[in-house]
Design a protein around this ligand. Structure first.
Ligand SMILES: C[S@@+](CC[C@H](N)C(=O)[O-])C[C@H]1O[C@@H](n2cnc3c(N)ncnc32)[C@H](O)[C@@H]1O
Length: 173
């Protein structure tokens, strides 16, 4: 294999493996699952929204479609899905001018300006994730967790759809 091809392959596979080890592999959320959240989450039209572990940013783009005045930010460490998201943004620079997809480990980032945090992660990451949310979030921030509830914390609301996994909604932590 050509060294450049090998290097690209190594970076793609390596960063995806890094995401899996940190909190979850890249498993994109279904379109119906994304719509279920955006349709049922009552937020300010100018909210600052983060997807922590955004993959290709599909949830962030869903919010940006619905709320053109919102600030929509995604973090991921896996370069391949991030690259897909960046292509989507570049193809629609005006429509998605409020979208920012960033490379980085969200455990080490600051997002204290968040009004909404969305995450779809494996449960093994929850203890560290909860500590990160507690460190960063204001008490009014909404947290939307896909599939598995945060342990020991009562959600203020659960959003369920037919043949979809639940969204667990928390306010502050
Ligand atoms: C299950 S996928 C969810 C993707 C996207 N949120 C969605 O729902 O379509 C989880 C993503 O989190 C990313 N990830 C895991 N730990 C991370 C971390 N500490 N910092 C940034 N991204 C992380 C993985 O690379 C993966 O793309």
């Amino acid at each position: 294999m050509h060294p450049i091809v090998f290097a690209i392959f190594f970076v793609i596979v390596g960063t995806m493996a890094w995401g899996s080890l940190l909190a979850a592999p890249w498993v994109p959320t279904l379109s119906a699952q994304r719509k279920l959240l955006v349709d049922n989450l009552d937020i300010d039209s100018a909210a600052t929204i983060y997807d922590l572990g955004c993959g290709s940013g599909s949830i962030i783009f869903e919010f940006a479609d619905r709320y053109p005045d919102a600030k929509c930010i995604g973090y991921d460490v896996a370069l391949f899905p991030l690259f897909i998201g960046l292509i989507v943004k570049l193809r629609h620079p005006i429509k998605y001018k409020n979208v920012s997809l960033r490379f980085g480990n969200f455990f080490t980032k600051h997002f204290s300006d968040a009004d909404v945090v969305v995450a779809f992660l494996m449960q093994k990451a929850y203890p560290k994730f909860i500590a990160t949310l507690k460190r960063e979030l204001k008490s009014t921030a909404l947290i939307a967790i896909e599939a598995w509830p945060l342990p020991g914390i009562e959600p203020m609301k659960t959003i369920k759809g037919e043949k979809l996994v639940p969204w667990y909604i928390y306010r502050g932590l």
